[in-house]
Design a protein around this ligand. Sequence first.
Ligand SMILES: C[S@@+](CC[C@H](N)C(=O)[O-])C[C@H]1O[C@@H](n2cnc3c(N)ncnc32)[C@H](O)[C@@H]1O
Length: 213
Amino acid sequence: MNKKEDFKFHVKRERPEDIYQKASDYFNEKKVKEYSTSKSMMRIQLKITQRALEILKIRNTNAIILDAGCGPGYSSFFLKELGYRVVAIDLISEFFNYFNINIINPVQCDMTHIPFRPNFFDGIISISALQWLTNNLGKHEKDESVKFLMKRFYEILKPQSKLVFQFYPKNSQILEKLKKIIISNTNFDGGFIIDNPESPKKRKIYLELYKNS
Ligand SMILES: C[S@@+](CC[C@H](N)C(=O)[O-])C[C@H]1O[C@@H](n2cnc3c(N)ncnc32)[C@H](O)[C@@H]1O
């Protein structure tokens, strides 16, 4: 990782991942339904997906893209409409009961234990999910999960391919810890892209990682 990041921030507002250990503890039936049927959520997540794709820069529409933590599938569906081949995974299969995602055949699995073979994907995106793994970085078990995830995501990407995570880290120290894990465990190049850094409401953080060889 070669991009320097010296932007400091700290989010005071408590987020679900500060309160609940795992996404599956937070997303009960009611929450899944609320999230999956919200038009405004769909609009917001689509906007983020468009920006992630801009960073991913995949031109070949025959490319195969992994959507990690797909939820109801707003991003997956959008990618599919653009002509990409999409593999959608999420921890919580109840999300798949909404929004036509079943035409993509989503897979229920934990993104820290993905079952795909090496050099398979032309690109990976993950929208608003990684914070469930990075919120407590510095704790052994979280560090191990993120380490494992980064190593596996590196393996399953084809050479000269990218992954883009959009997520909600609590503060800039998380970015530093995450960066350290990536540098120590993979050969990814890349760094963080921060849109609207000065506005806590509009700020969006993307992690862009490139597999050279
Ligand atoms: C806020 S939702 C975002 C869903 C979707 N990406 C979107 O943009 O609408 C976060 C998603 O991450 C999923 N998630 C969290 N931890 C996960 C893990 N370890 N493996 C797979 N999915 C996970 C949750 O189940 C949830 O669907």
